[in-house]
Design a protein. Structure first.
Length: 190
């Protein structure tokens, strides 16, 4: 009897309208949303699990607070999915419902992570997934982030933050790959 195809869950982290708000500052990677939609199309076409994650901010003034237009997912993100997680912290593994329990109950051992922001919720989710024993693919070009002020008062460009996130994750917590490589990996596993 042939074995069932491997299941690889696409985890789309916080792809929300509120990240278009000037509140966050200058961002990198204007192609991130297009790459996220491309990954979603591939996963949905091939019947692989899709997990959507939404950040419900508890911070006053945040565009991501529930009840604000910025809390909504970006157009095209909110289509067919297998699990919808809400959270108020950086990691999708500390949301509701329990992502780890759902992945394990569905015998999913590999996850592919994309979304917003690269060095916060996406990176934290990838680190936790790696620590929990999942094979993790991190699609850096399907993420974006914003410039940040360092503790020394020096601005760190979003591009540098993204590059450092890739360096931090690759080979330790995840395999950093392109959108095309993730699509190819998906097809090979089917």
């Amino acid at each position: 009897m042939p074995s069932a195809p491997a299941r690889n869950a696409l985890i789309v982290v916080d792809a929300q309208r509120g990240f278009d708000d000037p509140y966050w500052g200058r961002r990198n990677n204007p192609k991130a949303e297009g790459n996220i939609l491309r990954l979603l199309a591939a996963w949905r076409t091939h019947g692989q699990p899709v997990v959507l994650v939404r950040h419900d901010s508890v911070t006053s003034g945040s565009p991501l607070r529930p009840g604000q237009p910025g809390n909504d997912l970006l157009p095209g993100i909110d289509g067919t999915h297998d699990l919808f997680v809400t959270k108020s912290v950086n990691s999708a593994f500390y949301g509701t419902p329990d992502l780890d329990a759902w992945l394990r109950s569905n015998r999913i051992e590999e996850v592919t992570i994309c979304g917003i922001t690269t060095n916060h919720c996406c990176e934290t989710t990838a680190r936790m997934a790696g620590n929990l024993g999942y094979r993790v693919n991190f699609i850096l070009e399907a993420t974006c982030t914003f410039d940040r002020m360092g503790p020394d008062g020096v601005n760190v460009a979003a591009e540098e933050l993204s590059r450092v996130t890739g360096a931090n994750l690759h080979g330790e917590f995840a395999t950093v790959m392109s959108t095309a490589q993730a699509e190819q990996r998906l097809l090979v596993a089917l």
